[in-house]
Design a protein around this ligand. Structure first.
Ligand code: KIV
Length: 276
């Protein structure tokens, strides 16, 4: 049975300013998704810096083909559950599809994820003008924002599938401009998904906020994976950028600890997990 606040090793709480300090000091940030309290506790004990309640729960928990059916109520429910498994780990929650359709909805969603879900930060996809406006509105109201660029899964239909973004120079320049724009709008963290290593490296050098890569190569300030990919339990073909850390290990906690060690030491991601 899961016991709330079961003992976890003492460590200093990870805060939003601490993430910037980690970038400045060259300490890699470890982020991992979680969707319930028991797995959140596993992240906590392994020393993961940031837990992300991703709308990937639509795919790995609910079995949908995309993240689009996930509702704000479901995000709030899972975020609150994850928060009960955490102590020092920073909690970030996704704004689900269309909850950012205008600034008023984005503020409402952010307020619920922080107020009811206990998140410390919310994540929003893309760099369109209405997203920049929402980032600014949230951050001036003291809701820290994690931006998300590149292969943003909520744009799956626009992209024609889960396709690597920013391969051509014009597209790369667009993503780089968006990165500068989300930082200027007030974002404090930036997830870079599904893009060439060289583009993620350029963005990481161009912005002062930390970048967290997933399928974006080793030159980001940190890495994130979907928990179910890391444990090798996602049905179907494993994405190229992920790694089954449970293979060859005998427990969930050993697998998560190996991910933490490999991100911190720069072993993961290896060339076979990257795109050019
Ligand atoms: O929803 C999610 O899990 C995410 C990660 C893939 C970054 O956005």
């Amino acid at each position: 049975m899961y016991v709330q606040n079961a003992s976890a090793p003492d460590r200093k709480p990870v805060t939003v300013p601490a993430l910037r300090a980690m970038k400045a000091e060259g300490r890699r940030i470890v982020m991992l998704t979680a969707y319930d309290a028991s797995f959140a506790h596993q992240l906590e004990t392994a020393g993961v810096d940031v837990a992300l309640v991703g709308d990937s729960l639509g795919m790995v928990v609910q079995g949908h083909a995309s993240t689009l059916p996930v509702t704000l109520d479901q995000m709030v429910y899972h975020t609150a559950a994850v928060s009960r498994g955490l102590q020092a780990t920073l909690l970030v929650a996704d704004l689900p599809f269309m909850s950012d359709r205008d600034t008023a909805h984005a503020l409402e969603a952010g307020a619920r994820l922080v107020g009811e879900g206990n998140a410390a930060m919310v994540k929003i996809e893309g760099g369109a003008p209405h997203v920049l406006e929402a980032i600014n509105a949230l951050s001036v109201r003291a809701i820290p924002v994690c931006a998300h660029l590149g292969l943003t899964p909520q744009s799956v239909h626009k992209f024609g599938g889960f396709r690597i973004q920013g391969r051509e120079e014009a597209a790369a320049a667009r993503v780089l401009d968006e990165a500068r724009a989300v930082e200027a709008a007030g974002a404090e963290l930036l997830v870079l998904e599904g893009m060439p290593v060289a583009l993620a490296e350029r963005i990481t050098a161009a912005v002062s906020i930390p970048t967290i890569g997933i399928g974006a190569g080793p030159r980001c300030d940190g890495q994130v994976l979907v928990l179910h990919d890391l444990l090798g339990v996602t049905p179907g073909k494993r994405p190229k950028f992920s790694k089954d850390f449970l293979q060859g290990r005998d427990s969930v906690s050993a697998a998560i600890s190996a991910f933490v060690d490999e991100v911190r030491s720069g072993v993961f991601p290896a060339p076979e997990h990257c795109f050019n």
